[in-house]
Design a protein. Structure first.
Length: 499
């Protein structure tokens, strides 16, 4: 930020607040309340002027934005205006505005919203600027922006007051521009492949489609407890039953779980389902979607994330979960046939099955991967063939009924997406739901519930179907290189500040 000469630097905050309110009161007394302005016509933006100076030189322009600095030169000011595209220097002179208007401009504060009219020129130092012929106050800022030399750096304040963060840290905006571009890319990618975008309920009477603890609420008219959705899966697959063979939804998901750099209680996913496809098709689709997004948005397959150099060029490694455990831990679960032997094998590499989990072959394999292997996966890696114990909605592998046709994609030891060859056997599905109900009764708050209507849908017939869920926030973190989900969620969940 350019240097500003202002008495606010040495004033107490309460004094600053009072002075700004006094200025507004005086304007209102004089019937010049800036908040009565309803519209202002703009003909140019800062960045287009700076990038195309030859086109704009000496031309008249009308601009609007936030006053970000003022440098008093006596009978003239240099100032900076910040609009939607960037920042541009203004030159304001008493001879052009007249004494009254110039004196009014001198009273304006950093942060005020202003409109200006003038012509484009370059200063002797070569800086593109606008020579102002007219200025207007459009909205009064009653709170001062953060101190200019240190800006807004406190993370808690940045996330709580994202509006201030965006004003004083314009580079932050880039993360959300990438987010918007990525969501646009996802839509275009799927639309071009014949997928139909739909919307499904956020409020449900049953929590299903994932293993996660839901948020609960209450519908007063129906006197009914309801759940915010933890996934869009079961409704989308109902639509495949109904004949919409390629379907997707980009939507908000809510899970009543812990918060850390990778988890926010509400987050965004895209879930998609394609009839007559399987999890291998979903792997191909996911790889093509994310690699093409990197090239389209960043112009390269190479990104830096969490201190690692990542290549998103197509050709990602594909390992079964058992192969990954064997590769990184040196133990082979595939020849093991008994649960007891599997538990002992897990113990031999320092893995203990959590007490709330059943002591099974599948859970032993999964916990070895989860506790010891996931952290080692840096480059994009598909982990396939997950145990049926942890995959209640995936189709069993035809070659080994202990496993399912499921994969997760990992980049920098972070899960980016989850996919199945969808279970379409209503009898098997009901048995797995019943298993989840039993686990829930035993105290597993993340276990699923029985969804009788979904079973009914399957009984009408779900074609062989491939399904994929992608974490939008994680993908944006990868593409922007940030380490915290709060950097890519405009208004992350925060604990309220006690008054």
């Amino acid at each position: 930020m350019s240097q500003e000469n202002t008495p606010e630097e040495t004033q107490d905050i309460s004094e600053i607040l009072q002075i700004r309110r006094d200025k507004l009161s005086k304007l209102r007394e004089e019937k010049r309340d800036p908040f009565t302005v309803t519209k202002y016509k703009r003909t140019a933006y800062s960045e287009e002027i700076k990038q195309n100076f030859e086109v704009w030189e000496e031309k008249d322009v009308s601009m609007a934005g936030r006053l970000m600095s003022k440098r008093d030169m006596g009978k003239a000011f240099f100032a900076d205006i910040q609009d939607d595209k960037g920042r541009l220097q203004l030159y304001v002179r008493i001879d052009d505005l007249g004494e009254d208007a110039f004196c009014e401009f001198k009273k304006w504060d950093i942060g005020d919203i202003i409109g200006i009219e003038g012509f484009v020129f370059r200063t002797r130092k070569g800086e593109t600027s606008v020579h102002c012929k007219k200025v207007q106050l459009l909205a009064k800022s009653l709170l001062p922006l953060p101190e200019k030399f240190h800006g807004l750096t406190d993370l808690e304040t940045r996330y709580r007051q994202r509006y201030v963060d965006l004003i004083v840290n314009p580079e932050v905006r880039r993360n959300f521009e990438v987010r918007s571009l990525f969501i646009r890319h996802v839509r275009r990618f799927l639309d071009d492949r014949g997928y139909m975008e739909v919307e499904t309920p956020v409020l449900n009477t049953i929590s299903g489609g994932a293993t996660a603890r839901p948020f609960t609420t209450h519908h007063n008219t129906l006197n009914l407890d309801m759940y915010l959705r933890i996934a869009t899966e079961l409704h989308l697959k109902r639509l495949v039953v109904g004949g919409i063979e390629r379907v997707y939804e980009i939507g908000r998901i809510f899970r009543n779980e812990g918060m850390d750099t990778k988890h926010n209680p509400e987050f965004t996913t895209v879930e998609l389902y394609e009839a007559y496809a399987d999890f291998n098709d979903m792997m191909d689709l996911f790889e093509a979607l994310l690699s093409s997004a990197a090239m389209d948005i960043l112009g390269t397959y190479d990104v830096t994330w969490q201190g690692e150099q990542i290549s998103l060029a197509p050709g990602w490694e594909r390992l079964s979960m058992a192969e990954a455990v064997k590769k990184y831990l040196g133990v082979d679960f595939m020849p093991v046939r008994s649960d007891e032997e599997a538990i002992e094998l897990a113990k031999s590499v320092g893995v203990v099955i959590p007490k709330e989990k059943e002591k099974t072959w599948g859970n032993a394999l999964y916990e070895c991967f989860d506790q010891k292997v996931e952290e080692k996966l840096i480059q994009p890696t598909f982990i396939t063939l997950h145990p049926v114990d942890v995959s209640p909605l995936a189709k069993r592998s035809p070659t080994d009924p202990r496993l399912t046709e499921r994969f997760e994609l990992f980049v920098c030891h972070s899960e980016m997406g989850n996919a199945f060859s969808e279970l379409n056997d209503p009898i098997d599905q009901k048995q797995r739901f019943q298993k989840q109900v039993e686990l829930r009764k035993k105290g597993d708050v993340e276990a699923g519930m029985m969804d009788d209507d979904y079973i009914t849908a399957l009984e009408y017939g779900l074609p062989p179907t491939g399904g994929l869920g992608i974490g939008i926030d994680r993908c944006v973190m990868l593409l922007t290189g940030v380490d915290s989900i709060r950097e890519v969620v405009l208004f992350p969940t925060m604990k309220p500040i006690e008054s």
